[in-house]
Write a protein that binds this ligand. Structure first.
Ligand code: 8ID
Ligand code: ZN
Length: 354
């Protein structure tokens, strides 16, 4: 049976502490609209995007009070009455990703750019997300979880995994090419190393800071490491690491504008800058002259559509790509945000909800 109340963590305002509640209401099965489903969470990853929402540092408004979170895995326990063409059934294990819902009818949805739908609903941002025991989501957009992935292992593929997978898919690289990953030791970056190596056959230069992240990146398959706090000349170090000519692509997943600086300078001619990290106020500044003369591609890449999510999880289920995570209870969310802000979280934290 479905309880009336639940544990949840709420952002009330950007300058008050996270509010942990034991009596947050659960939307009851008979209250679900057609197309909605209720998912009982097993666990949820904590993404840096949740920290942006908590700090209110993006130029995109979100709801308040807000239950954050968008890397959730759980079980469908109810489906709204009169839902037609329902692709899931009660008992299915599904993922709740950033893109909670989209209209599926507009030009962007028809083209597979569902994440740019004007009617998109965003989990843990414009609708309540996964930092609660029961989450209302949408049958058209929840992602089936492959049987052989356990829920905690699967969680961070719903955002971090699908995002870096899609960025690499559109990177215009080919096997044997070099990719540079500023932010490599974080949630997105550590999965990007593994997709780059195992799914796309790329060679990886990892950029981040500190001994723990260095060890993690090298153990996951990065061939070269550069500490962004220690380098005296980033462009020179990157060129040296890639045989003198610079990388074919740079996937920036750092939550900092600094990580975007110099990308056009170190990329090889014809190279691609994959803009993924989302500092709220930064600008990409690049020499127009060298962008043109080096034929540089600047590509913004925003999460992924339903198909990207299927592909990212399917590849993960093949067993070569693993989320490196620490498991914590929901009550640890505030300290997780502190660690993330200080840059001390290597890989991910996954919150256990059951
Ligand atoms: O769809 C998207 N484009 C998308 C999806 C999900 C997340 C974008 N994001 C955004 C988040 O909102 C956030 O801005 O990507 C960014 C990174 O998310 P994350 O991987 O969840 O964050 P993290 O675990 O904190 O990792 C960030 C890493 O960047 C390093 C940090 O040390 C950390 O390991 N870093 C920083 I901050 N500055 C750096 C620099 N100058 C840097 N690494 C290299 N060079
Ligand atoms: Zn995310």
């Amino acid at each position: 049976s479905i309880p009336k109340t639940q544990k949840a963590a709420l952002v009330v305002s950007s300058d008050s502490p996270i509010l942990f509640k034991n009596d947050h209401p659960v939307k009851q099965p008979e209250e679900l609209a057609p197309g909605e489903c209720l998912v009982k969470m097993h666990c949820t990853g904590v993404c840096h995007t949740d920290l942006h929402a908590r700090l209110g540092d993006w130029p995109l408004p979100h709801k308040l009070p807000l239950v954050g979170g968008h890397e959730g895995v759980g079980e469908v326990v109810a489906i709204g009455a009169n839902t037609i063409d329902c692709p899931v059934k009660i008992g299915d294990r599904v993922g709740v990703k950033w893109l909670a819902d989209s209209c599926l009818q507009c030009e962007q949805c028809r083209k597979g750019l569902e994440q740019c739908c004007a009617k998109a609903k965003l989990s843990g941002y414009t609708v309540d997300g996964t930092f609660s025991q029961y989450v209302v989501s949408y049958v058209a957009h929840v992602t089936p979880i492959p049987e052989n992935l356990d829920s905690q292992e699967a969680a961070s593929f719903l955002c971090a995994g699908v995002t870096v997978y899609r960025a690499l898919k559109y990177s215009q690289t080919k096997p044997g090419d070099w990719v540079v990953l500023p932010g490599a030791g974080g949630g997105l970056g550590h999965l990007a190393i593994q997709y780059a190596v195992h799914a796309f056959g790329l060679r990886v230069v990892a950029i981040d800071t500190g001994a723990e992240k260095k060890e993690l990146c090298l153990s996951l398959g990065a061939e070269k490491w550069i500490d962004f706090r220690e380098t005296k000349d980033l462009v020179k170090d990157i060129k040296n690491a890639t045989g003198g000519e610079g990388p074919h692509a740079a996937l920036v997943s750092a939550a900092s504008g600094t990580a975007y600086e110099q990308a056009v300078d170190y990329l090889r001619p014809g190279g691609s800058l994959l803009a993924v990290g989302l500092p709220g106020q930064a600008q990409i500044s690049a020499s127009v002259f060298w962008t043109v003369v080096k034929s540089i591609n600047i590509i913004g890449s925003y999460v992924g559509n339903r198909q990207d999510a299927h592909e990212a999880l399917n590849i993960a289920s093949m067993g070569k790509i693993h989320c490196h995570y620490v498991s914590k209870p929901l009550s640890a969310l505030s300290e997780v945000y502190e660690g993330m802000q200080q840059g001390t979280v290597a890989g991910r934290v996954v919150l256990k909800m059951d």
